[in-house]
Design a protein around this ligand. Structure first.
Ligand code: 6LW
Length: 498
């Protein structure tokens, strides 16, 4: 997925684009990461690596409606938060909070992390979000949640037992959360995030003689924060620990890459970075989180190359494709017109009924094209942050319109006549120039492709309005295809990092 090697370095984030709240698990030579997916279906991406640098998405843990119901009332940044992935007694265990109506804490298990994952087991006694799972020597499973508190949990039944105990809430920062508990050497370590998931984000740690404490805080807390610095990677926190193939220690964590002038806007959501960890006096010492890492001491093992263009020739959509809340066959199918993706609209992108199939924007500079046939409907190409922040090229009735929704404002930016029939809709993203204090993070240029392959621009819009600093929330940009009304077919979708 990434892991591009330039000279003596590899690119960090190792998993770019909207992949927040990473949790990592190693089994033998294999590494698996899961992350939050909020209002999107399928939920909880599962990625695999053998070198911690090159990652390939192998599935989504919650990929059946029986596992994940996001009611129509689920707003953007609702839904699935902060999973933990662990391996115990030959099974993978996943625990996650669904903050949507009727949700709660849910447990899943699998023998193969690529799936199938089990049906959900509810754990109503788990007292908060960001649940962690840890097993002690006698096989007791401890579930630790934001706050930070802890309860005993039977992961097979979801039943909790004993009292809910307060453990340790960090150094006084807001939102002590994202706890993970580990047995390393003679201690149990309780690592948490605090300071909130914005610029103040930090990682702190404590240790004790048992998984239930008592916990003694690290004198050097926070062990990681980029608050108050001018570093390229900001908001660093929500971390998990793992050992590299050579036994060295590493942290996976979330960070963002603000772009442009003041105050800086990040447009790809919270991404997954890797940082080296050393140990001193039984405490972790975390290296700076940078956008390039020295090539690791072990061989790199790139995963399969994923083609830039999806021709929709497969009966099932690949795991990178996500939709809003649900994806019933009646609204989204590759079975109706062979080699095409067919979407059936039931409302505009402003509504909670929007029908789309998209992928995470993973590169600050990319070119995206799709061939849309709007003969029986209205739809096209969208860049979406949430219901109130999206730009789209909409094709219908021999016309393509560039539409922008920013907060309460909706406007048609441009329109152009096109011959009836299929049309190639295009988007190019890149840095905004000239640069000064108010320069936005990027520009999004929309256009159509002429029969001779030239790009005919319809308009360029500032990317700042599709940034988290403007829109709010926990997600990142998704680029995809949608239908607002009637039936729209898509022959292919091509995403080229620049
Ligand atoms: C998640 C919390 C956090 O529950 O953001 O950065 C919240 N950390 O741990 C939503 O992703």
């Amino acid at each position: 997925m990434s892991g591009q090697q330039t000279g003596g370095t590899v690119a960090n984030p190792v998993i770019p684009g909207f992949h927040p709240d990473p949790s990592i698990c190693r089994v033998g030579d294999d590494y698996y990461v899961v992350c939050s997916s909020f209002e999107y279906f399928p939920g909880i991406p599962v990625l695999h690596s053998r070198d911690l640098v090159n990652w390939t998405q192998i599935g989504n843990a919650l990929d059946r409606p029986s596992q994940l119901r996001l009611p129509a009332s689920t707003l953007s940044s609702g839904g699935l938060y902060a999973p933990t992935l662990r391996h115990h007694d030959g099974r993978f265990w996943l625990i996650v909070t669904n903050v949507a109506e009727g949700g709660g804490n849910l447990l899943f298990s699998a023998t193969d992390p690529a799936g199938p994952w089990s049906e959900p087991t509810r754990a109503p006694g788990v007292p908060g979000i960001d649940p962690d799972l840890a097993w002690d020597e006698d096989g007791t499973c401890w579930c630790t949640v934001a706050g930070v508190s802890q309860v005993r949990l039977d992961p097979r039944t979801g039943e909790t037992s004993g009292e809910v105990r307060r453990l340790w809430s960090g150094t006084g920062g807001v939102a002590p959360e994202a706890p993970h508990l580990y047995r390393i050497g003679e201690y149990w370590y309780l690592m948490i995030a605090e300071g909130g998931t914005e610029r103040g984000h930090a990682v702190s740690i404590a240790r004790g003689p048992s998984p239930a404490g008592p916990f003694e805080p690290c004198p050097a807390n926070p062990v990681l924060t980029h608050r108050g610095t001018g570093r390229a990677v900001q908001n660093t926190g929500h971390a998990d620990l793992v050992q590299g193939p050579d036994g060295s220690w590493w942290m996976v964590l979330l960070g963002v890459r603000p772009q442009g002038g003041t105050p800086g806007w990040h447009v790809l959501g919270r991404e997954i970075f890797l940082a080296p960890v050393e140990w001193a006096d039984g405490w972790p010492v975390v290296g700076e989180v940078t956008t390039e890492l020295p090539v690791p001491a072990w061989p790199l093992q790139p995963g399969p190359e994923i083609p830039a263009r999806d021709d929709f020739g497969q009966v099932e959509l690949g795991p990178r494709w996500i939709s809003l809340r649900e994806r019933p066959d009646g609204l989204c199918t590759t079975k109706e017109r062979t080699g095409w993706l067919t979407l059936r609209g039931r409302g505009s992108l402003d509504t909670l009924d929007a029908v789309l199939v998209g992928r995470r924007q993973q590169h600050l500079e990319c070119h995206v094209r799709t061939l849309a046939d709007p003969a029986e409907g209205r739809g096209g190409l969208v860049v979406r942050l949430d219901e109130e922040h999206h730009y789209e090229l909409e094709a219908a009735d021999g016309e393509v319109r560039l539409l922008a929704r920013v907060g309460p404002l909706r406007t048609e930016v441009a329109r152009r006549q096109v011959p009836n029939g299929p049309v190639v809709l295009g988007l190019r993203t890149g840095p905004q120039t000239p640069r000064d204090a108010r320069t936005g993070p990027d520009d999004l240029s929309f256009g159509i492709e002429e029969p001779d392959g030239t790009f005919a621009g319809l308009g360029t819009l500032s990317g700042r309005y599709l940034s988290t600093e403007v829109a709010g929330g926990f997600t990142g940009r998704v680029i995809g295809m949608y239908a607002a009304e009637g039936t729209v077919h898509f022959d292919w979708f091509d995403y080229q990092p620049q």
